[in-house]
Design a protein around this ligand. Structure first.
Ligand SMILES: Nc1ncnc2c1ncn2[C@@H]1O[C@H](COP(=O)(O)OP(=O)(O)OP(=O)(O)O)[C@@H](O)[C@H]1O
Ligand SMILES: O=P(O)(O)OC[C@H]1O[C@H](OP(=O)(O)OP(=O)(O)O)[C@H](O)[C@@H]1O
Ligand SMILES: O=C(O)c1cccnc1
Ligand SMILES: [Mg+2]
Length: 568
């Protein structure tokens, strides 16, 4: 058998696996992902295939989408690992078969015996690596196997790929607009479409380029860094400084102890109030907020970060934060920063930065001016873009609702279409030419140009020779006769790899780790021509091409299948 992936080996050590057809792969992350997680019509078709004696016919399906989301010109592919986990563990339980008997009462017993016997050991799955930049009409996955079995996979595969790819793409778009140096935190669990939406959002946002999540379960499941601040409730729960009982704080190196850290904070607040460069910018600050910050610093002296907008950012939150941060500094600790969660984030971040720089200068605390400013509150691509245009001083963005709900586009329309059965290519015709499926089991390549950018993706028949570096190849639009170009690739990348070989002798590709997928996503987007990635009116990546041979075949089949009209 092929070598186990790192992930599979780790899961084996946890005892969390079943043997699949060609190695061991962990179960799907979500236990709701079972063979019943499909549409009824898949079972209805499976029965009708079985009844017709066609269930073992060897079918090939393509999984692809027709248009990139968010009015963009790129998509990032996510969800592959979960598809492989699903088929590796695909087996009906007795209770599931019993339920199906009640759901399909007219089906013969033999069908349920057949269902009890199936797994995916004779299914083959070829896919583009997870985290890759992908484009319309190119199969993200090619699934080959007995038609009845592969039919049952349609809905779960689409369910595992559609949202995963959509939210990965959304995250990647937020990364592109925020810029590489910014820290992006996913805060969406409370607003996501239920627990599975939340977990998936955290996982795929990380893959798309976020740095961390507030979702603790996702941190445990996937090893994503977990980060967070505190909420307004913590600030408003304090009434005053006399609530703080244990006021002592040891210095960071343990060499001395301050018995009354509260007084140290109060002294600093007086000094800040008297500072010449800050004079007049604020008067009395809110003392219950000061109590909350002081308490939080006593709990987390090494990682103090305060939410400063509960009462008044510039007149209370920021000065109070600075008093606590300077007291911590006396004790050898470096405060992390503040979070802004309302108001004009551009203006407030700039004013806060000025305040921090004034403190650095006034009190000679080196580096204080660079204290972190985190912003949150209904952020999305547009607001971050607006902040960039206005100028701002935000270092980290906490993003929830718009990211995880994919507010700007509800779904990615991935589809699953039959392209070949028993080696016979099949086509699905449509009045709308963009919906005509591209027949045949295909191979797909990305051709790169002189400047290192990808130029075009091309599909060929399975048995055609692959495009070669330095050799001219004709790339044809699949449907428009006049659209064609010669390409001399400087680099050729075969897009689909075998992730589940079934009974074939092809070597199985290892499933990379989440971090590897994340790096792939970043690398691939860095390699794209920037005008394909820009937000406003991006240049479309060239529509996927087909080889001359595949072009001829598509049109032969099209004419063959389309009835000739008759005018009377
Ligand atoms: N400088 C800015 N430019 C553009 N959009 C901004 C800017 N600052 C903040 N925003 C966005 O404007 C919206 C402001 O939200 P909203 O009108 O609810 O006000 P708020 O500041 O949250 O007030 P509240 O105190 O009621 O919470 C948010 O989506 C926020 O991300
Ligand atoms: O704004 P999002 O992008 O969804 O990011 C997550 C939000 O969740 C928290 O708000 P909370 O649940 O306390 O509610 P509120 O800010 O709406 O009052 C946090 O303060 C953010 O504002
Ligand atoms: O840690 C935070 O600041 C946080 C977490 C979730 C949602 N909003 C904020
Ligand atoms: Mg909010």
């Amino acid at each position: 058998p092929p070598p186990l992936g790192k992930m599979a080996a780790a899961a084996l050590a946890n005892g969390d696996v079943r043997a699949g057809g060609g190695g061991a792969v962990p179960r799907p992350t979500n236990p709701m992902v079972t063979p019943l997680l499909t549409d009824l019509y898949q079972f209805s078709m499976a029965y009708a295939y079985w009844k017709a004696g066609k269930h073992l016919d060897r079918a090939v399906f393509d999984l692809y989408f027709r248009k990139s989301p968010f009015a963009g010109e790129f998509t990032v592919f996510g969800g592959l690992e979960e598809c492989i986990r699903f088929i590796a563990n695909f087996k009906f339980k007795e209770e599931e078969i019993n339920f199906l008997r009640t759901a399909l009462p007219t089906c013969e017993d033999g069908f349920f015996e057949y269902l009890s016997s199936i797994d995916c050991s004779d299914v083959e799955v070829y896919a583009i690596p997870e985290g890759s930049a992908v484009f319309p009409k190119v199969p993200l996955m090619i699934i080959e196997g007995p038609v009845a079995v592969v039919q049952l996979l349609e809905t779960p595969f689409l369910s595992l790929v559609n949202y995963a790819s959509l939210v990965t793409t959304n995250a990647a778009r937020h990364r592109l607009v925020a810029g590489k140096p910014k820290n992006l935190l996913e805060f969406g669990l409370r607003r996501a479409q239920g627990p599975d939406g939340g977990i998936s959002a955290s996982r795929y946002s990380y893959m798309g380029g976020f740095d961390a999540t507030s979702n603790v379960a996702a941190g445990r499941l996937f090893g994503i860094p977990i980060r967070g601040t505190h909420s307004h409730a913590f600030v408003s729960s304090f009434l005053g400084l006399d609530e703080i009982i244990d006021k002592a704080l040891s210095s960071s190196d343990g060499s001395n102890k301050c018995e009354d850290f509260v007084s140290l904070v109060e002294n600093w607040l007086v000094k800040i109030q008297g500072a010449s460069s800050l004079r007049g910018s604020f008067g009395e600050t809110n003392q219950s907020e000061l109590a909350a910050f002081t308490s939080y610093a006593l709990a987390f002296p090494n990682s103090f970060l305060a939410l400063v907008d509960t009462y008044d950012v510039m007149r209370s939150g920021v000065p109070n934060f600075c008093a606590v941060a300077l007291a911590l500094n006396d004790m050898g600790y470096k405060a992390v920063g503040i979070r802004l969660d309302s108001g004009d984030l551009a203006y407030l971040s700039i004013e806060t930065r000025k305040f921090f720089c004034a403190i650095e200068k006034e009190f000679g605390v080196v580096g204080f001016g660079k204290t972190n400013i985190t912003a949150s509150n209904d952020l999305n691509e547009e607001t971050i873009d607006a902040l960039n245009k206005q100028g701002h001083e935000v270092d980290s963005f906490g993003i929830g609702t718009y990211l995880v709900t994919c507010y700007a586009q509800a779904a990615l329309g991935c589809v699953f279409k039959l392209v070949e059965i028993n080696k016979q290519p099949r086509i699905k015709l449509s009045e709308d030419v963009t919906k005509v499926s591209i027949p045949c089991k295909k191979r797909c390549y990305r051709l790169y140009g002189k400047e290192g950018y990808p130029l075009v993706d091309i599909m060929t028949g399975q048995d055609e020779p692959s495009p070669k570096v330095g050799e001219r190849i004709l790339c044809r639009h699949p449907f428009i006769e006049s659209k064609r170009a010669h390409v001399v690739p400087q680099h050729v990348e075969e897009l689909l790899k075998c992730y589940w070989p079934g009974n074939s002798s092809v070597q199985r590709e290892e499933l990379p780790s989440l971090n590897e997928n994340r790096s792939r996503c970043m690398r691939q987007l860095e390699r794209m021509r920037p005008d394909h990635l820009r937000k406003l009116n991006p240049t479309p990546y060239k529509q996927v091409s087909v080889s001359a041979q595949l072009y001829d075949f598509i049109h032969f089949l099209w004419l063959n299948e389309a009835p000739v009209g008759e005018l009377r």
